[in-house]
Design a protein around this ligand. Structure first.
Ligand code: ADP
Length: 312
């Protein structure tokens, strides 16, 4: 505590892989008056152990000090980081292991579905359809987990292509109408609009919005999907008449593992990774993602993609 440190000795403690970023961050705080807010690892001088820290601060200028001063805090977040890393490793491993048996299970169900086509047994057919739907749901969940662990290790791939967003939305419409038991799902008419994006991943974002809208609103209410495009780009929105979200929760919704802790959401299954993945996908597309919500009235989730010239 008593020892004076030079700027250089502070910088030298920062792990090599983060050092340049920290230097750049510190410089822009001085030059551009920005707030310093970064997470990185340091190797402590006294015990040589590596710790995760969250460091925040600001440059203050006063008349008495010609160069001003820098003031802030450094928080040790090692436990929290290590917890998340362990969680990610575990989730990645388990979901990878679950994939193979699930794929075989789906194959067996499809075989049985084929066999029941020729016989007159409605009950068995219905049960097999239900089993198939549950497996599809589970596969989607597991793919979500795998995506999180890929994202964390920087292995998520975005394969951009030019496509018409109205075509994607009508493909999703066909799937959704089949699976939306209990809700009225309305797709507003969509005009042709071209974007340069990863079609599968954008589909994933829209499906996520829709399944949340269904999950967090009572049966019998309306879920509406719309897409409005202009020269700048397209805004896709999914609105529901559900429970809504408190303003204090809104800034955290897109964080990993964040779930609103309310009595009435405890019974709804989820892991708090859907919206996090959506936000990461949008980040990689230079798109925006946001939500408007009113408690007990409903929520509207939006994302936008920049427009591109049609390919003809
Ligand atoms: P999950 O649904 O698996 O918990 P998400 O990341 O998709 O994870 O959503 C995070 C949280 O945001 C949810 O737990 C829920 O509390 C809230 N949320 C998401 N969509 C809605 C919605 N349409 N209406 C109300 N709350 C929502």
């Amino acid at each position: 505590d008593e020892e004076e440190m030079t700027y250089q000795s502070v910088i030298d403690q920062v792990s090599v892989e983060y050092r340049n970023e920290v230097i750049r961050g510190a410089e822009s705080v001085l030059k551009k008056d920005l707030v310093f807010d970064m997470e990185y690892t340091i190797k402590k001088r006294n015990d040589g152990l590596t710790r995760w820290v969250k460091s925040t601060g600001k440059h203050y200028k006063t008349e008495a000090e010609p160069y001003g001063h820098f003031s802030g805090t450094i928080l040790d977040i090692t436990e929290e980081k290590e917890d998340n890393i362990r969680k990610d490793d575990f989730i990645g491993m388990v979901s990878h292991e679950l994939k193979t048996p699930l794929t075989s299970l789906k194959g067996f169900i499809q075989l049985l579905q084929l066999r029941t086509k020729t016989i007159d047994d409605l009950l068995t057919k219905n049960i097999l359809d239900k089993a198939d739907k549950q497996i599809t749901k589970m596969t989607r969940m597991i793919n979500g987990f795998l995506n999180v662990s890929r994202l964390e290790s920087g292995k998520i791939h975005i394969e951009k292509e030019l496509f018409d967003i109205s075509v994607l939305i009508s493909e999703i419409e066909d799937d959704t109408i089949l699976n939306a038991d209990g809700h009225t799902v309305i797709f507003n008419p969509v005009e042709t609009a071209w974007v340069n994006a990863d079609k599968d991943k954008i589909g994933q974002v829209i499906n996520n919005f829709i399944s949340n809208a269904i999950k967090y609103s009572p049966m019998g209410t309306v879920v509406r999907i719309s897409c409005v495009s202009d020269q700048q780009g397209s805004v896709i929105s999914v609105s529901d008449e559900g429970m809504g979200i408190e303003p204090s929760d809104i800034p955290h919704l897109f964080e990993r593992y964040y779930r609103v802790e309310k009595h009435n959401t405890k019974s709804i299954a989820g892991f708090g990774i859907g919206l996090y993945l959506c936000a990461e996908i949008m980040k990689r597309h230079n798109g925006k993602i946001w939500v408007e919500s009113e408690i007990k009235k409903g929520s509207t989730f939006h994302f936008s993609l920049p427009a591109v010239q049609p390919p003809f």
